[in-house]
Design a protein around this ligand. Structure first.
Ligand code: HBI
Length: 99
């Protein structure tokens, strides 16, 4: 399914509203690093994200070791960032433990 890549202005606006995410050096993805109480909490979080990802057909690229999770969001079909990444980041921020 084709989806529009965010313009530079849209990307800057989106990032301003996602302060705990940073833009990957190539500008094509956003990244957030999270730390949980333990592995059980981290994997429970990942399970909730996985269910949402499948529901909206938009899947993160992520890394987990013990209580740490690193999430990268990009839209393969847009070869960069799309509104689907912003929507998934907002979902993640809503369920992540508050720092
Ligand atoms: N997930 N992050 C991400 N980016 C995509 O472009 C994407 C996806 N999940 C499924 C999906 N696209 C489908 O629309 C097919 O293109 C695989």
């Amino acid at each position: 399914m084709s989806i529009a890549r965010l313009t530079d202005a849209e990307r800057a606006e989106a990032l301003a509203a996602l302060p705990v995410w940073h833009l990957r050096e190539d500008g094509l993805a956003i990244v957030r690093k999270l730390k949980f109480a333990d592995f059980n909490a981290a994997f429970g979080f990942m399970t909730r994200v996985a269910i949402q990802a499948d529901k909206v057909d938009h899947h993160p690229e992520w890394f987990n070791v013990y209580n740490r999770v690193e999430i990268t969001l990009t839209t393969h079909d847009a070869s960069g960032l799309s509104r689907r990444d912003v929507e998934m980041a907002r979902f993640i921020d809503a369920i992540a433990p508050q720092a």
